[in-house]
Structure formats: structure tokens, C-alpha cells
Design a protein around this ligand. Structure first.
Ligand code: SAH
Ligand code: SF4
Ligand code: F3S
Length: 439
């Protein structure tokens, strides 16, 4: 038997990177690697990186800088860069930071065992292919025996939409859907290991069109099949594009109890001029009509979004149109960012908004969203919701879980275990979480 080696993985970016990091740990697990909690203990460090904004990408180099002493003290330590920065920058990473031993993109990490063996022989290895084979089929994994109550499951990857600001179509490649039977099998395995809630992942998850029994399945069809799995209590999905929000998926929100009343539906801007320049392919009005149809199917659904402020050529009036859209929608949560010019994307070449102006807009937008989110949390007080408990809270005897609407909920009660789904009456709303009592 081979010696146990120690692997440390640090994950940046979106949920799909979290999922990929788990798969990489399993792939290297089959090679005798055990995951450890700190880089100091590791024989191999993997950074699973994000390229979406400049700040995210630069974090990688500051993190690598911190490993200099570790590498000096332990020359056999191997350092790998995976994920979207790996895909975007490839061998430039090693040119800029020579202590990096391997660079692996998001579509080739099934080849990690081979790459790690080469790195062990002192070679520098870079693999940023978009291979024909499906990495998930090729992965030789040593799966974890047990899992927590919630899990991610990638069903679709890549993007063909080419929004003018976004690197994802370049880092993740073209849109690909996994076959439905593979997803159903993976979901059943997760449930057997204790998972009660699965979040289906895709860069455009609602564009899912995987091969299934009888032909091509939509996301709604897949969700209906998943809902049949005993022991799977809750289904979520993220991230959706407004233009792929099909009638059957909207209907599913009204018909499938296990599908949670929460929808992340980014719009980015409320100005038609800016939406056009972003290549989003829809207007503000179309988005608002879509939200109306979704709320008609599931009136209590909580809507979340993403916004970019200070997109090139955004005027004060464009920004006010975004604020109007936010007022019209009433968001339960939203992620908002100052535009960050990304190499190779069309918008990076355009006239940029004054950074001070953009910061001011971001502050105003975030204040509005925070007010909306706080009011929606306050409205939860007195209501009864489902809570899937995940872990003990900070107070003795307290447990924390997520409500159907994805709010964190604290409950102090005897006899609640992680993985329990219970009815809870909400009694209070704080800035970041709710508190309640078993109903
Ligand atoms: N696939 C998802 C989003 C993926 S990226 C979608 O279509 O909405 C997550 C979020 O990052 C985006 O929704 C956007 O708000 C933000 N983002 C992407 N590129 C950005 C950039 N260059 N500058 C600032 N924010 C950006
Ligand atoms: Fe990026 Fe647009 Fe694709 Fe979302 S839809 S991943 S924002 S290009
Ligand atoms: Fe970042 Fe890549 Fe996800 S750029 S947001 S890690 S798809």
C-alpha cells in the first residue's frame, strides 16, 4: 500500500468550484491523498481559483506568495493551480510564480493523478485542454463515506451566452449538459450518504438539456425525476439566465413541493441601453414580466439577483433605471459588484466609468437591497417554515439550519440533529439570520 500523502485544497469562486474541489479531492484520494485542514501539513497544495473579477484572480498570487517559506522548508511540497485562473492564464502562472508545479483547467482535472505523478518526478505540467471526453465519466474517485445534509451536484457546465463583461464562456467552455441517468445515480448515492438537500449547479443551469429516457430532458423534467427519490427532501438550482426560464420550469415551482421557493435570477442592470451593451438579450420589462409569471406560479418565492454597477458607459440615468427595477422586483437577496474589466472580453476595451462614481452607485444599490432583504426577513416573523438543520450554533443547545427561503435560522431545542428537517415558527429577525422555535 502506498504511503498516505496529505492534500490541502483552497477553493475560491462559485459553488461549481466547491463541487469541483470535492471531485479533485476524491480523484487524488484514489491515489492515497488524505485532505488536511492547513497548508502547513500538506505534501500537495491545490488552489481552485476564480477569474471572474480582477480581485478574485489576484488573490491567487498573494496566496502563492505565502507558500514561499513552506516550499523552502519542504522542497518536496507540490503546488498546483486549478480552476478558472488556471484555464485563463495557463503557463503564464508558472512564468510569474515558478514554484507552481502544475496547472490544471476546469475540464481536465480527471487527469490529475497522472499530472501529479509527473510533478513528483520534477516535471512542470500544464493541462488546459477542452477534451472530448466527459471528466465526470473518467474520474477514478474514492468517494467520501458520509456527507453532510446538503450537497451540490453539477448538471450543466459552460456558457454560450458571451455577456460582454464575462470570462466564463472562455474559462469553462461551451455549454454541456450531463446525461440524466448519471445525475439521478449521483443524487441517489448522495441521499444514501445522508444528504437531504441537493443544489443542482450550472453556469446556466436552466439551459439544461441532457439526454434522458425518451429523449432530451429539460431542467424541469430532471427536477421532477429527482423529486421521486425517497429521502431527498429539498431541491434547489443555480444559476439561471432569464432567457432560459421556460414555462415548464416556472410551472414546476408551483407544482413540486420539494423544489424550494427560492430563485436566483441575475439581471445585472435595469437599463435597456446597458442590457443591450452587455449582450444580455432581454429588456428590463421582459425581466419584470418574467418575475410576475414566476410569482403567479409560486407567490411566496424569494427572488435573488446579481448586479454590476459602473459597466462601461453607464450614466446616472442608467443607474437610476437599475434602482427602479430593484424597487419593482423586491429582492430577498442580491450580490452586487463594481464592474471589473477582464482581459479578452469586449467590454474591457470600452470607456470606463469613473471608479469613485461607481463606488458611490454600488453603495446606494447595496443599501436599497439590504433594506429589501431586511424587510423580507422581518416579514418571516410569525410564519412557520421548514428548516433543514446543518450544525450546532454558537450558543449551547442551539442548532442552525436553512429555511425553505435559504435564510439561516437559529433554534434552541433538545433533540435536533444535523440533517433533521423540522417545522419552525420564526420568532425574531436579526441582521443576518432568523431565530425560531420548533412548531
Ligand atoms: N452565469 C451567471 C453568472 C456567473 S458570474 C449569470 O448568467 O448570471 C456571477 C456574477 O458575477 C455575474 O452574475 C455578474 O454579476 C458578476 N460578474 C461577472 N463578470 C463580472 C465583471 N467583469 N465585473 C463585475 N462583475 C462581474
Ligand atoms: Fe457569464 Fe453571461 Fe454566461 Fe452568465 S450568461 S456565465 S454572466 S456569459
Ligand atoms: Fe469564478 Fe470560474 Fe466560477 S471564473 S465564478 S470559478 S466559473
Amino acid at each position: 500500500m502506498a504511503d498516505t500523502k496529505k492534500l490541502f485544497i483552497r477553493t475560491y469562486g462559485c459553488q461549481m468550484n466547491v463541487y469541483d474541489s470535492e471531485r479533485m479531492a476524491e480523484a487524488l484520494g484514489a491515489e492515497g491523498y488524505e485532505e488536511v485542514a492547513s497548508p502547513e501539513e500538506a505534501d500537495m497544495i491545490l488552489l481552485n481559483t476564480c477569474h471572474i473579477r480582477e480581485k478574485a484572480a489576484e488573490k491567487v498570487y498573494s496566496e502563492l506568495g505565502r507558500y514561499k517559506d513552506l516550499k523552502a522548508a519542504k522542497p518536496d511540497l507540490k503546488i498546483g493551480v486549478a480552476g478558472c485562473v488556471a484555464q485563463a492564464e495557463g503557463e503564464e502562472i508558472i512564468a510569474r510564480q515558478p514554484m507552481v508545479d502544475l496547472v490544471v483547467g476546469p475540464q481536465t482535472y480527471h487527469r490529475l493523478p497522472d499530472m501529479v505523478a509527473k510533478a513528483a518526478r520534477g516535471e512542470k505540467v500544464v493541462d488546459t485542454d477542452f477534451p472530448a471526453e466527459d471528466k465526470f465519466e473518467e474520474l477514478k474517485a474514492r468517494p467520501q463515506a458520509r456527507r453532510g445534509p446538503t450537497a451540490f451536484l453539477t448538471v450543466q457546465e459552460g456558457c454560450d451566452k458571451f455577456c460582454a463583461f464575462c470570462v466564463v464562456p472562455y474559462t469553462r467552455g461551451a455549454e454541456v449538459s450531463r446525461p440524466a441517468d448519471r445525475i439521478l445515480r449521483e443524487a441517489r448515492e448522495l441521499v444514501e450518504k445522508g444528504v437531504g438537500e441537493i443544489t443542482l449547479l450550472g453556469q446556466n443551469v436552466n439551459a439544461y438539456h441532457g439526454n434522458g429516457e425518451g429523449g432530451v430532458w429539460s431542467l424541469a423534467r430532471l427536477i421532477r425525476a429527482l423529486a421521486e427519490i425517497d429521502g431527498l427532501e429539498r431541491i434547489r438550482f443555480t444559476t439561471s439566465h432569464p432567457n432560459d426560464m421556460s414555462d415548464d420550469l416556472i410551472a414546476a415551482h408551483g407544482e413540486i413541493d420539494k423544489l424550494m421557493p427560492y430563485l436566483h435570477l441575475p439581471v445585472q442592470s435595469g437599463s435597456d441601453r446597458i442590457l443591450k451593451r452587455m449582450n444580455r438579450q432581454h429588456t428590463a420589462e421582459e425581466y419584470l414580466r418574467l418575475i410576475e409569471r414566476i410569482r403567479a406560479a409560486r407567490p411566496d418565492i424569494l427572488i435573488s439577483g446579481d448586479f454590476i454597477v459602473g459597466f462601461p458607459e453607464e450614466t446616472a440615468a442608467d443607474f437610476e433605471a437599475t434602482m427602479d427595477l430593484i424597487r419593482a422586483v423586491n429582492y430577498g437577496q442580491a450580490f452586487s459588484f463594481k464592474y471589473s474589466p477582464r482581459p479578452g472580453t469586449p467590454a474591457a476595451e470600452r470607456t470606463q466609468v469613473d471608479p469613485g462614481e461607481a463606488s458611490e452607485r454600488l453603495q446606494r444599490l447595496q443599501a436599497l437591497i439590504n433594506d429589501q432583504a431586511a424587510a423580507i426577513m422581518q416579514d418571516m416573523v410569525g410564519r412557520e417554515v421548514g428548516v433543514l438543520f446543518e450544525k450546532p450554533g454558537r450558543m449551547p443547545g442551539q442548532m442552525v439550519g436553512k429555511s425553505d427561503y435559504l435564510h439561516a435560522v437559529h433554534v434552541s431545542a433538545e433533540g435536533i440533529a444535523p440533517g433533521d428537517l423540522r417545522r419552525v415558527r420564526i420568532t425574531g429577525a436579526g441582521p443576518n439570520s432568523l431565530s425560531g422555535a420548533l412548531a
